[in-house]
Design a protein. Structure first.
Length: 250
C-alpha cells in the first residue's frame, strides 16, 4: 500500500507524541537497552534534532549529520513541547516544498522522502523509549509495513555499498528469505552477487530458503533488532535468517 503525505504527517505526529509520553517523568540518564550507548536524554535529543535537521535540509540544502550527544532537548519537563515543535517544523517544511526535489542520499527526491524517513526513524525510537521505560508501544500495520518496505528500499540501493560497506555481507548467490505477516502481502528478499533484491510477496506459498512469520509490528522490530528473533517464527534455513538479522540491522 502506498501511503500519502497526509498519512506520513499523521504518523509522525502520533509517534512523536507517543515518544514524548513514553519518556515523560523518566530519569534523563536512564539507559536505553536497545540503544546501549545512549541514555534517554540523548535519545530524546536525537529525535528532535533529526526532525529539525531534515527540515533545514529541505529548506536550505544538505548539512552534516549532527551528533546526538550535542543535541539539547532542554529540561525534561520541556521535552514534549520541544519534540512536537520539531515534528511540526518538519511537516511544515515538507508541505511548503510541495513536489520540489531536495537532496537525499540517493539523489534528488521529493521532500516527502525525509518525512517518510523521519517517521520511520521516530517510530523505531518510540519503541526504544517505550522498552526503556516499560510503557506500551504499538504501530499501525500500514505504517509498520511501509517501514519494512522503506528499509528494504534503502538496503537494495546501490549507493548503500558506499554508505554502509558492512552491508556487502548481505550479498549472496540467490538465497531467498520471506517476511510473512499474519495477513496481507509479505516481502520476498533475494541475495544476489550484486546486492539485495526484493519484491512484495502476495502468495503465502511462495517458496523461500528461510521464512520469518509474525505480526507486521513484530517483523519490523525484529528486523531493526528491537526484539529478539524468537518473537517471530523462523522456518527453513535458520543460519540464513540469523545471518541476515546480524548484518541488516538499521
Amino acid at each position: 500500500m502506498d501511503l500519502d503525505t497526509a498519512r506520513f504527517v499523521q504518523g509522525l505526529h502520533e509517534h512523536t507524541e507517543g515518544f514524548a509520553k513514553a519518556v515523560a517523568g523518566a530519569d534523563p540518564e536512564a539507559p536505553v537497552p536497545t540503544c546501549p550507548e545512549w541514555p534517554l536524554r540523548v535519545l530524546a535529543g536525537h529525535v528532535g534534532q533529526a526532525h529539525r535537521w531534515a527540515a533545514d535540509l529541505i529548506r536550505s540544502g544538505p548539512a552534516p549529520v549532527p551528533d546526538p550527544f550535542e543535541a539539547d532537548p532542554g529540561a525534561p519537563g520541556e521535552w514534549s513541547a520541544w519534540l512536537q515543535a520539531g515534528a511540526a517544523d518538519l511537516a511544515d517544511a515538507v508541505l511548503a516544498a510541495a513536489d520540489r526535489p531536495v537532496w537525499t542520499y540517493f539523489g534528488p527526491r521529493p521532500a516527502t522522502f525525509w518525512l517518510r524517513r523521519m517517521l520511520h526513524d521516530t517510530t523505531v525510537h518510540h519503541a526504544d523509549a517505550a522498552f526503556a521505560t516499560g510503557t506500551a508501544f504499538a504501530v499501525a500495520p500500514d505504517l509498520a509495513a511501509d517501514a519494512v518496505s522503506e528499509w528494504l528500499e534503502m538496503l537494495s540501493h546501490p549507493v548503500m555499498a558506499t554508505l554502509r560497506p558492512g552491508f556487502s555481507a548481505l550479498r549472496g548467490t540467490g538465497q531467498t528469505l520471506q517476511l510473512r505477516p499474519g495477513d496481507g502481502a509479505g516481502w520476498l528478499i533475494t541475495r544476489t552477487p550484486d546486492g539485495v533484491r526484493w519484491t512484495r510477496a502476495t502468495d503465502a506459498a511462495d517458496a523461500a530458503d528461510a521464512t520469518l512469520t509474525g505480526s507486521v509490528q513484530d517483523l519490523l522490530l525484529v528486523l531493526t533488532r528491537r526484539l529478539p528473533a524468537d518473537r517471530v517464527t523462523i522456518t527453513g534455513d535458520r543460519d540464513l535468517a540469523d545471518h541476515w538479522l546480524a548484518h541488516s540491522a538499521a
